[in-house]
Design a protein around this ligand. Structure first.
Ligand code: AMP
Length: 395
């Protein structure tokens, strides 16, 4: 069901509380090393300011232990936001719901912004505490969720705050709108052939994704180390590859369930050590010699997967095909990324390592959507419903 967005709300003269994801990486001196998450929130932020609203922005940063910790202050994010919004008054509140936050919110004028201190400095955030949430809720007339990376969580700012604002508009920002559009809408009514490519280290992390996508895709292509657990399940030899022996039964179940839909690698690029300069050999799947481990899909598999992608109308990709951070074992991941970039299909890249690979290869603008949330995008691909999204107003 489509959700209402901030574009549907009259914000003139209103105070708008946005849950953003300003969880930016900082170096040891507290400098932001990548401000992408702040820049990505700008469309929602500007849309409110340009229409005469004022903003209260709340976010977490890092993992402070339920108490203020200068290492995790959001001040650098507020400073960076001010640089990105020339001419806009951006204030930083030195607490989250305390005296300073209350005073700055009370003094807020149309077109102005207050960034609250890190939500996780308050124990109530992780606990979903109603009293803490009520204080945040009292700050504003409108609630916006634009923090996709935390949408699978039930922290106070994601659930208790909008619950406390029942009766007022509670909508999604443009970032969350786009994530939902691609990770649920495009998948629930896909253009076919619909191909999923799943890789990464462990089959256990992606069981539910494989199960859900087997139900809706035309083919699910498997790469990464998780392919070796499937190999074991088929009685193959995996040498010293990374495997999950306790997941073999489950792999057998998925093989039975998937039938021809579940596509496994034909060949494997192996090494006799986990390093770039190890001795290498390419063998057929299930025939990895002792003393060798699988580190990437082999060239035949890479070509086959690229070929399947060529004919696809919708592609979802999550997880590298091999140890993509260690050339030459990045070949499979690169080949798949190139095929997706070259295709006209609706292409959706799950967060985490595959998103990083697409960015690194410079293909981010050649795909339809690169998800901003690792855990959240996986859970959405599992077909899970998020409380934090469900409670938002219907369009
Ligand atoms: P995930 O977080 O599950 O998406 O897994 C990503 C990690 O899986 C990356 O760090 C890869 O290096 C690793 N990986 C992928 N294929 C292999 C492999 N064949 N052997 C060991 N690690 C792998």
């Amino acid at each position: 069901m489509a959700k209402k967005t901030i574009a549907n709300v009259d914000v003139a003269g209103k105070k708008v509380l946005i849950r953003v994801d300003f969880n930016v990486p900082l170096d040891e001196n507290g400098n932001i090393t990548d401000d992408r998450r702040i820049r990505m929130a700008l469309p929602t932020i500007k849309s409110v300011l340009e229409r005469g609203g004022s903003l209260i922005l709340m976010s977490h940063l890092g993992r402070p232990k339920d108490a203020p910790d200068p290492k995790f202050t959001l001040k650098p994010a507020a400073v960076r936001l001010a640089e990105l919004l020339p001419g806009v008054k951006v204030e930083f509140a030195t607490d989250t719901v305390g005296d300073d936050a209350q005073a700055k919110v009370a003094a807020l004028q149309a077109g102005g912004v207050v960034v609250l201190e890190n939500l996780r400095f308050q124990p109530g955030e992780k606990k979903g505490d109603a009293e803490f949430a009520a204080k945040l809720a009292s700050f504003a007339d409108v609630y916006v969720n634009d923090a996709f990376g935390t949408c699978h969580r039930t922290d106070a700012s994601m659930v208790a705050v909008p619950n406390a604002m029942s009766g007022k508009p509670r909508v999604c920002g443009f970032l969350v709108e786009k994530e939902i559009k691609y990770l649920t809408d495009a998948i629930s009514a896909p253009q076919r052939p619909f191909i999923a490519i799943l890789g990464g280290a462990k089959v256990s992390d992606k069981i539910m994704v494989i199960k859900n996508l087997l139900g809706i895709c035309d083919k699910v292509l498997i790469g990464g180390a998780m392919a070796y657990t499937f190999s074991l399940a088929k009685g193959g030899k995996v040498g010293s590859s990374l495997v999950e022996p306790d997941k073999v039964d489950l792999a057998k179940e998925l093989l039975a369930e998937g039938g021809d839909k579940l596509v496994l690698p034909l060949d494997v690029h192996c090494g006799d050590a986990f390093s770039s300069d190890c001795n290498k050999v390419v063998v057929a799947s299930g025939e990895i010699p002792d003393g060798f481990e699988g580190l990437d899909i082999g060239p035949k598999t890479a070509a086959k997967y690229a070929d399947i992608v060529k004919d696809a109308k919708t592609v979802v990709w999550n997880g590298p095909m091999g140890v993509s951070e260690m050339p030459p074992f990045d070949f499979g991941t690169r080949t798949v990324a190139e095929a997706i970039a070259a295709s006209d299909a609706i292409s959706i890249i799950g967060g985490g390592d595959s998103a990083a690979a697409i960015q690194k290869l410079g293909f981010a603008d050649k795909v339809s959507h690169v998800s901003t949330g690792g855990g959240a995008s996986l859970e959405m691909l599992e077909g899970k419903k998020f409380v934090a999204v469900e409670l938002l107003d219907e369009a």
